[in-house]
Design a protein around this ligand. Structure first.
Ligand code: SF4
Length: 144
């Protein structure tokens, strides 16, 4: 009897800005060589929850304040963040992605540490909206 070993490759969901897409609030990217290589190899799919949620690029920076997401102009964009995270999560499910590599400190993608809501560069313990959704679903998450 002959056995065939099937190669099992893990599929990653990654932050679009790490893949070199210019989807950041300031219209720039946060290109990360490891993430770009995973995309090139067909092992990672980039998403940007903030763009999926209908926010423009560039856009005012956003931070989480008392459970709501506010932009630097004081506008509540929580609904955009939630909608964007849900849309990005649809892809996670469709693709059967098991792991994610996400941009650190972002109010969407940050893991364990995010900006504290004072727009002064200080960090607090907490997850971004998309990162929290992935964690809850049991997806293994890491920052770049
Ligand atoms: S939402 Fe995530 S993917 Fe989009 S720019 Fe911010 S950190 Fe990058």
């Amino acid at each position: 009897m002959r056995f065939h070993l099937m190669e099992v490759t893990t599929l990653y969901i990654v932050s679009g800005c790490l893949a070199g897409l210019r989807c950041r609030y300031d219209g720039k990217d946060s290109a990360d060589e490891r993430v770009i290589n995973l995309v090139r190899e067909g092992r990672a799919v980039p998403v940007c929850p903030e763009q999926f949620g209908g926010l423009p690029t560039p856009r005012p920076s956003c931070e989480i304040v008392d459970g709501r997401v506010l932009n630097a102009d004081g506008m509540d964009v929580s609904d955009n963040f939630l909608r964007g995270a849900e849309e990005a999560f649809k892809l996670v499910e469709m693709l059967g992605a098991e792991k994610a590599i996400l941009k650190s400190r972002s109010p969407s993608c940050g893991i364990s540490k995010i900006y504290d809501g004072t727009f002064s560069g200080n960090l607090v313990d907490g997850d971004g909206v998309f990162a929290a959704m992935l964690k809850k679903a049991g997806i293994e998450v890491e920052n770049e």
